[in-house]
Design a protein around this ligand. Sequence first.
Ligand code: BEZ
Length: 297
Amino acid sequence: MQWAVATYDTAFGYVSAHGAPLLDLLDPQPDERVIDLGCGTGVSTADIAARGADVIGIDESLEMVNAARSEHPHLSFAVGDAHDFTISEPCDAVFSNSALHWMTRDPSAVISRVHAALRPGGRFVAEMGGAGNCAELIAAVQTAWRVFGLPEPELPWYFPTPAEYATRLEEGGFVVRLMEYFDRPTRLAECPDGAADWVRLYAPELIAEVPPELAGPLLDRVNELAAPALRRESGWMADYVRLRFAAVRKPGGDELVQPQAPPTPHTPPGPHPSQPPHAASAAQTPPAPHTHSAPQA
Ligand code: BEZ
């Protein structure tokens, strides 16, 4: 995914505008060690640091991390993929705002990495798009693509139901303490051309696959289709649906639900699957004086 870094903070302004309840849910304490996973340009990372926690922002996009570093030169950031990041020492909390739905390759792998990064009893507090997120926008895209005779677009997001994500968390060794699922209609303040701009901003890869001469008419059709549900006199709205949760890594950490396998009495003992041998290694971006580290992508 190539991000429009220059417009990220304004275009994604809703992220920080709605971020306060999530930060309160995290309730970072002075000197706690916290990871901001999918930190983007570091807005939430700075909010967490302002509460006195020792925080590192991790994002898989080098452009985002570079922007975060120049916006917040006193904070620590590292490039890393949430599917396989490791840190040098377990931390107290992992926070993530509006990022997990972009991590589509293997959501359980992300949960497993978060589990490995946390100390037993550590918290995983996050908000992401939930099932039905952007349903009207997505329906307009799918219909427009069909009308133009294009193949079904492959959407770059993962929007789980609360039950599905809670199950993944439990299978990943967490106790789910809170799971909220709610509508949050959101003004598309930075999308003057409405749903068409939303597609340009959030799913440029879909347009890149379309013959260039079709892109304009196709996006006009997206706007026509989405307008009845999403255009108001005051401007365009996005039909966001949020999943917000707080989960705790089980004390002891050995209670992962594993597929049942027949006993293998002669197998020598090995590392627990949630604690691979490299879990305390990988330190390519040492942002002093912070003690966290994460791999470069
Ligand atoms: C979201 O934050 O829910 C979101 C934003 C853009 C595209 C898809 C989802």
